[in-house]
Design a binder for this molecule. Sequence first.
Ligand code: TZP
Ligand code: MG
Length: 219
Amino acid sequence: MTRSRVFIPPLYPIIDSSLTPAADIEKTATDIINGGARIIQLRAKGLSSREFLKSAFIVRRITKDRDVIFIVNDRVDIALIANADGVHLGQDDLPAKEARRLLGSKKIIGYSTHNLREALEAIKLPINYISFGPIFPTKTKEDAQTPKGIKGLSEVRKSVGIPIVAIGGITETNMVHVLKQGADSVAMISDILTSSDIPKKLKRLNIIAKDRLMAEGGR
Ligand code: TZP
Ligand code: MG
């Protein structure tokens, strides 16, 4: 299996419909991009397929203009219809192999993992990055597993060469520790979406992420 190596920007904001009402998705995506994000995921567990697709079209339009990577959570069909740059699959979503068949070789596929075993299984799949978490306790995902800590992350980092996006309870305060433990990127939902000034928040987060990337010599 050949895997194209994709660069996953070190800060990975996720718009989650449980915190951002559908009517606010355009404004929130715009704020996130104005703050300098290079990638956005749309996660919409509570929306109908139609509403999800509508929001995906909106995020696609805004991200396309600004050359920002757009990833759809869970839904290969919506990623295809909205011409997203990729999809993020969970352990119970469509198998990565089938998703790859539908999406072709150029789209990005991310895959959720929660322990070392899953991470080692994941690297056999036609995916471009894994997510790993939750790193810290989180209220955003109701069925989140036990937090794995940065120790769990560093264990996975030692065994896995593909990009790792750490997720779960990551904030402006703790993100630097997560990046230091070898995450290529930090995904954040609530710390961004509950901010009263999202563009400013993103600017601060981006400075921290970029400083870390420089310290690593541009991993
Ligand atoms: N997967 C593992 S934890 C999580 C997901 C989707 C939620 C992360 O949200 P937050 O608010 O950044 O902790
Ligand atoms: Mg999923």
